[in-house]
Write a protein that binds this ligand. Structure first.
Ligand code: URA
Length: 430
C-alpha cells in the first residue's frame, strides 16, 4: 500500500477501505508517514467527508493505537459523559455525584481545558490535594466502592488522536464532522463505559455553529457507538451564552456544590437532571426516564448527591474546602450596564476569552492557570437590566484588567424590547 494512492483516492471522492484506514493510522503513529502526507489526507477528508463506515474504521484505528481501560471488574453498567466543550460547563462535577448517588457507576476520565473552554481536571485540581492520577486498579476499586471516580486521561489513551489533533489544529482541518466524531468516540470507547451521553454544544462558544452540523455530528457518533455495541445518546444543547453564572475554576466548584444541594442556576440544574435521567435509566436502575428523574431529584433533596461529591474528593486525596472562604483574589470588580433594557445576547466566546485572559484558562497547553480568578454573571439572556445595574463581577489578581472589563461589557447586547430565552436542550438523538 502507498500513502500517495490513498490520498489520491480520497481526493477523487472514493471511500477508503478498512485496511487502508488502519494502514494510515498505524504507520502515522510509528512516524512512517510524514506530516505533509497526513495533512494532505486530512484536507481531502475535510473537503470530501467520509462515509459512516469509514468514520467507524477511523475510530477503531485510533482506538487501537493505544491502551483501552478495562472496566470489566466493575460490577454493573458503567456510564460516562462527554461535552464538546463550553464556557462555564461544570456539568461533570454535578452529574457524576448525582448519577452515582442513584447507583450508576460513573467512571470518568477527563481532560484539561484549552482556550476559552475550561476542563474538568483543572476545576477538580483547584481543590487542594485532589489527585487526578489513579492507576487502573485504584480507578476500578474506587468506582466499585463509591460508584464514582474522576481521573485524568493518560497519554496512552488513543495516542493517534493526540498526534492527529495537533496536526489538524495547524492545518485548518479541525472542523470536519467525521474527524471530530472519530476523535471523540475513539477516546470514549477506549475509556470503557457501556452508556455514554454526549453533550454536543452549539453556538458562539462551541465547535458546532449550526443545528444542522450538530445533528450530523450527533447522528454519526450515535451510529459509531452502535457499531461498537455501546449505547450513545447525544444531547444538542445551546452554548450561545455560558452555562450557569460562574466561569473560573474555584468559582465553578462552588456553583457545582450549590447545584448538588439544589441551589444552583436553573440551566445547569436542568441539564444535569435531564442528562442524569438518561444515564440512570440506561444503567437499568429505573424502569422509565420519569422514574429516573424523580430518583435524581430525591438525591438532591436528601443531600446524598452533595455528600457523594465530598466522598469523591476525599477518596482522591482532598478535603472539602470551606466554600465561604475558598476564593482569594486581589479584587472583585463590578461591571455595570451603561443602559437600561433586556439582555438579548451574552456572547459565551467573549466571556470565555475574558476569563482566559484573567488567568482562569490556558492560551497554550503549557500555561499555568490561576484557580481563584474568573467571572460571575449577574445577568443572563432574557433578564431586565437598569442603567448602572451590575452585569457581572470580575474576580481578578492582575494589576490592570481594563481589557477584560471591556470584553465582559461588550459580550452583552442590551436592547429595549423584552426577549424570550432559547431552550437549553435543543434535541436529543439516540
Ligand atoms: N473534541 C475532541 O476531542 N476532538 C475534536 O476533534 C473536537 C473536539
Amino acid at each position: 500500500m502507498r500513502m500517495v494512492d490513498i490520498i489520491e483516492k480520497k481526493r477523487d471522492k472514493h471511500p477508503l477501505t478498512k485496511d487502508e484506514i488502519h494502514y494510515v493510522i498505524s504507520k502515522y503513529v510509528k512516524e512512517e508517514i510524514p506530516d505533509y502526507q497526513m495533512s494532505s489526507l486530512l484536507m481531502a477528508i475535510y473537503f470530501n467527508g467520509m462515509t459512516d463506515d469509514e468514520a467507524t474504521h477511523l475510530t477503531e484505528a485510533i482506538l487501537k493505537s493505544g491502551d483501552r481501560i478495562d472496566l470489566s471488574a466493575i460490577d454493573g453498567i458503567k456510564v460516562d459523559k462527554h461535552s464538546t466543550g463550553g464556557v462555564g460547563d461544570k456539568t461533570t462535577l454535578v452529574l457524576g455525584p448525582l448519577v452515582a448517588s442513584c447507583g450508576a457507576k460513573f467512571a470518568k476520565l477527563s481532560g484539561r481545558g484549552l482556550g476559552h473552554t475550561g476542563g474538568t481536571l483543572d476545576k477538580l485540581e483547584s481543590i487542594p490535594g485532589y489527585n487526578i492520577s489513579l492507576d487502573n486498579e485504584a480507578f476500578v476499586k474506587q468506582v466499585n466502592d463509591l460508584n464514582i471516580a474522576v481521573a485524568g486521561q493518560t497519554s496512552k489513551l488513543a495516542p493517534a488522536d493526540k498526534m492527529l489533533y495537533a496536526l489538524r489544529d495547524v492545518t485548518g482541518t479541525v472542523p470536519s464532522i467525521p474527524l471530530i466524531a472519530s476523535s471523540i468516540m475513539s477516546k470514549k470507547l477506549a475509556s470503557g463505559a457501556d452508556v455514554i451521553v454526549l453533550d454536543v454544544k452549539i453556538g458562539e462558544g462551541a465547535f458546532m455553529k449550526t443545528l444542522e452540523d450538530a445533528r450530523k455530528l450527533s447522528q454519526l457518533m450515535v451510529k459509531i457507538g452502535k457499531n461498537f455495541d455501546r449505547k450513545v445518546i447525544a444531547f444538542i444543547t445551546d452554548m450561545s451564552e455560558p452555562l450557569g453564572f460562574a466561569i473560573g475554576n474555584k468559582l465553578e466548584v462552588i456553583e457545582a456544590v450549590r447545584t448538588l444541594q439544589g441551589n444552583g442556576p436553573n440551566d445547569l440544574q436542568t441539564l444535569c437532571v435531564e442528562i442524569g435521567s438518561y444515564l440512570v435509566y440506561h444503567a437499568s436502575i429505573t424502569e422509565s426516564l420519569k422514574e429516573a428523574k424523580k430518583l435524581i431529584e430525591t438525591k438532591i433533596q436528601s443531600l446524598e448527591a452533595s455528600d457523594l461529591f465530598k466522598k469523591l474528593i476525599e477518596a482522591q486525596g482532598a478535603t472539602m474546602p470551606d466554600l465561604n472562604d475558598y476564593i482569594h483574589v486581589n479584587g472583585i470588580i463590578a461591571v455595570k450596564s451603561n443602559r437600561e433594557g433586556y439582555v438579548h445576547k451574552l456572547d459565551a466566546l467573549q466571556i470565555g476569552l475574558a476569563a482566559m485572559r484573567l488567568g482562569a484558562g490556558r492560551e497554550t497547553k503549557d500555561d499555568l492557570i490561576d484557580t481563584d480568578v474568573g467571572i460571575v454573571l449577574n445577568k443572563k439572556v432574557g433578564d431586565s437590566v437598569n442603567k448602572d445595574e451590575v452585569l457581572a463581577y470580575v474576580y481578578n489578581n492582575k494589576p490592570d484588567i481594563t481589557e477584560e472589563i471591556r470584553m465582559v461589557l461588550d459580550a452583552y447586547t442590551i436592547d429595549e424590547k423584552p426577549v424570550h430565552k432559547k431552550p437549553l436542550i435543543i434535541e436529543i438523538i439516540e
